[in-house]
Ligand binder design. Structure first.
Ligand code: SF4
Length: 165
């Protein structure tokens, strides 16, 4: 798995002050993609245990409220991300958001994606659709995208959208 960048402090992709990282590689090719450079699977650098340790150190900062994973398409790297999140979860307990151009219902059909979802708290799903672009929305680019509370969805058996507490 390769990544384009790691941000120690990110206030745009989830609530609070978050650490985030962007994996590279995506086949969705949404028109007006916000991260065109990261569609390339060869973009960026190889993720190593050093990057995992760096993210853990950033998350241990008391000011940091959680982790967000973006792309590219994170679910192109479900197995690698599962191992990384297991390492992170073993060291630090903060909420994890993940973005995807796939729909939640489709991710559930893939055991590797399901295993990655199990390690996350919130999924922002669906492709970016430029005709539905809305700058007033928090944490998503277009109104078709859903912010799904994965823990509540799992408990209740019905899809539950995330709300600010
Ligand atoms: S899913 Fe994201 S990275 Fe992939 S093409 Fe769409 S906007 Fe770009």
């Amino acid at each position: 798995m390769r990544y384009g960048q790691i941000r120690q402090y990110d206030v745009a992709n989830g609530p609070g002050i978050r650490t985030s990282f962007f994996v590279t590689g995506c086949r969705h090719h949404c028109p007006d993609c916000f991260n065109l450079d990261y569609q390339d699977f060869q973009a960026g650098q190889v993720w190593t245990p050093r990057e995992t340790a760096q993210v853990i150190a950033y998350l241990q900062d008391p000011i940091t409220t959680g982790l967000t994973i973006l792309g590219g398409e994170p679910f192109e790297h479900s197995r690698a991300l599962k191992e990384i999140l297991e390492d992170i979860r073993a060291q630090v307990q903060k909420n994890i958001w993940i973005y995807s151009g796939f729909f939640y219902e489709d991710l559930l059909k893939d055991p590797d994606a399901q295993a990655l979802l199990d390690l996350c708290d919130v999924l922002v799903d669906g492709p970016f659709i430029k005709d539905l672009k809305d700058l007033s929305l928090s944490f998503r680019g277009s109104s078709n995208q859903r912010i799904i509370d994965l823990k509540k969805t799992s408990l209740q058996g019905d899809l539950v959208l995330w709300t600010r507490e």
